[in-house]
Write a protein that binds this ligand. Structure first.
Ligand code: IFM
Length: 774
């Protein structure tokens, strides 16, 4: 029986790979920082990382990446003079657990030393109530009288992928509080960690800094049946925090306040936030424990990574599990994570959009410098704090020759701007709230349209615009022409620009005038309308329904991902770029046309969805964690529920199973996969739950996964919140009593009125499933 609210492991394998994976799987985070799932006594060799959101540094010529803070959660213990580690030989039993309800990490380890058994139990969390705060409670018990020396404090030996990022460490002590201050090497921004202790009557021995650790020493006399408890509180502040005073004072004060309040009180407040989060976003599945567990874990990952309110930060491709992929924000956020927040916690969706508004100037700089005559906003493929491009031209190394490969992710993967414009508009459409558009979102959209207009070519002989020389979502085929996904996204951006202008003209004419004047975009608005009409998008073949991924794709050699894998000279060989193995073949890295069919699902028939899914699926390597959910979603759309379920499970279990590849070429890519986590939610709720928005109202048309006897979820739409319960025959929608008005909702094809606090039940016929699993 799987506990649907926890994930545990008894592994204490010490090999690097296992340590890295456990660090990812058991991480906890609160949007401000992510604390990897490592143990109290671990250091940089075991990949401890407290990764700070939105706080970056570049060391020399190495990649810029987020900064890892000194570890204020560090504790080392010695029983009868023998130092203890879960990786050492004295371990009798070990278990570590992450609790989904409140993002709590727990470890229990039993050590046997000199005939005595010590049980170390520790729980920790990074506070959802006070994002700068982390807390740990350690409980020690022994079956015989024993002496335990505990050395606890701050470890400022830091694990970095491309560091070191912090310099000039200054350890100090103020009263009982330990402090480590440092600054980043690149821009001299300060970081401070303060740590305070509470509990036990033990006398504190010496405190001092040695070997990169600022520790105090305590000697505990343990008696059987009398556990001793230590509570640790650490506060992390950087110069990114919106403070009026010095960060060391803020850190010191927060650690002291937390110690004064105590662990239980801090945990209670943290827990209240988590109860609220789950009440808005939990999904219950009846009849499938495995899916339930994996989906909850996926939702937990998204909730933990959600940016702190007011930060205008976003979620990196590996969330806060470490520095992988430069802590950069990709299209993953808008296309795969954003829908979860949009439909459950729209205030967080708005925060993600504010990040793109905040970094608009970086996108403008990229357009101005990246290509000939580009204008507007060319959003970075890998975006960090300023929005400038973090992706390098030679972004992947060949594992055999060690040579750097020229990739075109940076300069040709232009769909990112349109992905952002689509999310901006969708927020307005689904929430009815135009405040984000007014606070910069409209400007982002117009600048994205301007960029595409500068990128597109008009072909007079064909009387159409085309988009040439791009990389679509399938990164194995570079510099292709008229990629269906990219062209569709660009055309949509032009259409959205037009809709935004019309909305502003109707509702906020003065603001529109000011914006148009400031951007000097008046004459271009017409051009966007024309481009929305005349931009070419590859169409489905009349006979087969097939959409060619890009010009010439269908003439490439037919091959399967397995054939390609067998031809590799090294397991980590990158099959794209230049002469890559996939380049002359039809093997694609990830969903491309199929992703387009999902994104624009209302515009394609089931026949087209099926035809393309069946063509591209055997050719897709799923070499990106973004791929499986697109296949799951489109399979659900055209009624192949068995295949949808298979891909759903792959997506939902990716981080629990942690069997993903950790190298692309020579780049280490291990970490968590929030896009897949978002994809799991999308498949469950938008796919099997059948939730969509038709531009006027919420629609629910379920097609449950074959194994599921029912599901329940929460949905927010146009200012209203709803609980939806689906069984095999019935959909019951309950409007929350806080809703301000009665909403019209389409349920299984029927339009019903849903008044605050009231339920409406509609029976539906199960759609027939075309049973073939891929
Ligand atoms: O954004 C993705 C991309 O589509 C495939 N490579 C990995 C990136 C980060 O997840």
């Amino acid at each position: 029986m799987i506990d649907p609210w926890t994930l545990s492991s008894t592994s204490h394998d010490r090999d690097r790979e296992s340590l890295l994976r456990r660090g990812n799987v058991f991480q906890i985070a609160n949007g401000y920082m992510g604390y990897r799932g490592t143990l109290d006594e671990f250091g940089p060799e075991e990949s401890v990382g407290i990764t700070l959101a939105g706080f970056y540094d570049q060391a020399g010529e190495a990649w810029r990446e987020p900064v890892n803070a000194p570890n204020g959660g560090y504790t080392q213990t010695a029983l009868e003079g023998v130092e203890l580690s879960a990786l050492g030989k004295h371990v009798r039993r070990h278990r570590q657990t992450v609790h989904f309800r409140n993002a709590l990490f727990e470890r229990e380890t039993e050590f046997a030393v000199k005939g005595k058994t010590l049980r170390l139990h520790a729980v920790r969390f990074v506070s959802a109530d006070q994002p700068n705060l982390g807390a740990v409670r350690l409980t020690f018990s022994c079956d015989k009288p024993a002496t335990l020396v505990v050395r606890t404090g701050i470890d400022y030996n830091i694990w970095d992928l491309n560091g070191p990022h912090l310099v000039d460490f200054a350890p100090s002590q103020r009263g009982g509080i330990l402090l480590v201050q440092a600054r980043t090497g690149e821009s001299s921004r300060k970081v401070c960690v303060a740590e305070a202790l509470r509990g036990t009557g033990a006398k504190t021995g010496e405190t001092g800094a040695e070997g990169g650790k600022l520790l105090r020493s305590l000697t505990l006399r343990l008696q059987p049946g009398q556990p001793q408890v230590l509570e640790k509180f650490f506060a992390v502040f950087t110069e990114n925090d919106p403070l009026s005073g010095p960060i060391d004072l803020a850190a010191e004060a927060l650690a002291a306040r937390a110690a004064e309040a105590g662990f239980d009180d801090c945990l209670r407040r943290h827990g209240e936030h988590w109860t609220r989060k789950w009440s808005r976003s939990d999904v219950r599945i009846a009849g499938d424990d495995e899916a339930q567990h994996a989906l909850r874990y996926s939702i937990l990952q998204l909730l933990m990574a959600a940016p702190v309110r007011g930060s205008a930060n976003s979620i990196p491709a590996r969330a806060l599990s470490g520095q992988v992929y430069k802590g950069a924000i990709f299209w993953d956020t808008e296309m795969f994570m954003f829908p979860f927040f949009l439909h459950t916690l729209p205030e967080t969706a708005a925060e993600l959009l504010r990040y793109r508004i905040r970094t608009l100037d970086g996108a403008r700089r990229k357009a101005a410098t990246e290509g000939p005559g580009y204008r507007g906003a060319f959003y970075a493929w890998e975006s960090q704090d300023t929005g400038d491009e973090a992706c390098t031209y030679f972004n992947i190394g060949d594992p055999v020759t060690g040579r750097e490969l020229r990739t075109h992710f940076r300069d040709k993967q232009v769909h990112i701007s349109g992905d952002i414009a689509i999310a901006m508009w969708e927020y307005f459409q689904v929430t009815g709230d135009d405040s984000v558009l007014l606070a910069g979102g409209a400007e982002v959209i117009l600048e994205c349209a301007r960029f595409y207009f500068s990128y597109a070519f008009f072909k007079p002989e064909k009387a159409r615009y085309e988009i040439l020389d791009v990389v679509g979502p399938d990164e194995y085929h570079e510099r292709v022409h008229n990629n269906a996904f990219t062209n569709m996204v660009a055309r949509e951006t032009f259409a959205i620009a037009d809709r935004v202008v019309r909305h502003l003209r109707r509702r906020h004419p003065r603001k529109l005038r000011a914006l148009v004047a400031r951007l000097r975009i008046g004459t271009e608005l017409r051009q966007f309308q024309t481009a929305a009409r005349l931009l070419y998008v590859p169409k489905p073949d009349r006979r087969t329904g097939l959409i060619e991924q890009f010009e010439g794709y269908l003439r490439l050699r037919r091959a399967t991902p397995a054939e390609l894998a067998a031809a590799k000279s090294h397991p980590n060989e990158y099959p794209g770029a230049g002469q890559g193995l996939a380049v002359p073949t039809q093997v694609i890295k990830q969903a491309d046309v199929v992703m387009m069919l999902y994104l624009f699902r209302q515009r394609f028939t089931e026949r087209i969805k099926r035809a393309n899914w069946e063509y591209y699926e055997p050719r897709t390597e799923h070499g990106s964690s973004l791929s499986a959910c697109a296949y799951a979603l489109v399979a659900a759309e055209y009624g192949n529920l068995a295949a949808a379920y298979k891909y759903f499970l792959q997506t939902a279990k990716i981080d629990i199973e942690a069997k993903y590849k950790v190298y692309v070429g020579t780049i280490f890519t291990g970490g968590s996969h929030p896009a897949a986590n978002g994809g799991a939610w999308m498949t469950a709720v938008l796919g099997f739950g059948g939730v969509s928005d038709n531009g006027k109202r919420l629609c629910i048309r379920p097609r449950l996964a074959p194994k599921w006897s029912g599901m329940e979820f929460q949905i927010t739409n146009r200012g209203g919140s709803f609980h939806v319960a689906v069984t095999g025959t019935m959909v019951t929608v309950t409007a929350r009593s806080e809703n301000r008005r009665t909403h019209l909702i389409d349920v299984a094809g029927k339009t019903v009125r849903c008044a605050p606090g009231k339920s409406v039940a509609v029976t539906y016929a199960k759609p027939a499933s075309s049973a073939r699993a891929a």
